[in-house]
Design a protein around this ligand. Structure first.
Ligand code: HEM
Length: 113
């Protein structure tokens, strides 16, 4: 399950950057965004599964923070793409995204599994 989690994250991050760099509103951009949403589900499912097994451990708080970070990363990816499609400002969101992504990756590798 952790393997599925990691694979989905890598694919999702690549899809996110590709979609964010494409011309907004183009068919390819819309398709990458749609496929990305599918990967959100895989990340949530695999992460949620591992979380449900580990939340009763002594590291419950760390796992909770990891879950929160993961949810924020997914939320920010979606907000950035939608705001970009609507031509709204996203500069600050990129910074927030990078920081929370770094935190979530650190927590993911820092935790014992
Ligand atoms: C896009 C957002 C996310 C990123 C970038 C991310 C990143 C990672 C990474 C790098 C790992 C370590 C994988 C490994 O060692 O093979 C991991 C593990 C894990 N993730 Fe995520 N994750 C995200 C979303 C989520 C979500 C939404 C949840 C919960 C619903 C979650 C729960 C977990 C759990 C429980 C582990 C196992 C930690 C351990 O003991 O090693 N993740 N994640």
């Amino acid at each position: 399950m952790l393997h599925l989690h990691l694979t989905s994250i890598i694919v999702a991050i690549v899809l996110f950057f590709v979609s964010a760099m494409m011309q907004k509103g183009s068919t390819a951009q819309k398709m990458t965004h749609m496929i990305l949403r599918l990967f959100y589900i895989l990340i949530l499912f695999s992460g949620g599964y591992v979380f449900s097994e580990m939340m009763a451990s002594s590291l419950a708080m760390e796992y909770g923070l990891k879950l929160l970070g993961g949810l924020l990363v997914i939320g920010l990816m979606e907000i950035i793409l939608v705001r970009k499609e609507k031509e709204k400002t996203i500069g600050f969101l990129w910074i927030l995204f990078i920081i929370i992504l770094a935190f979530t990756l650190y927590m993911g590798y820092h935790l014992p599994l």
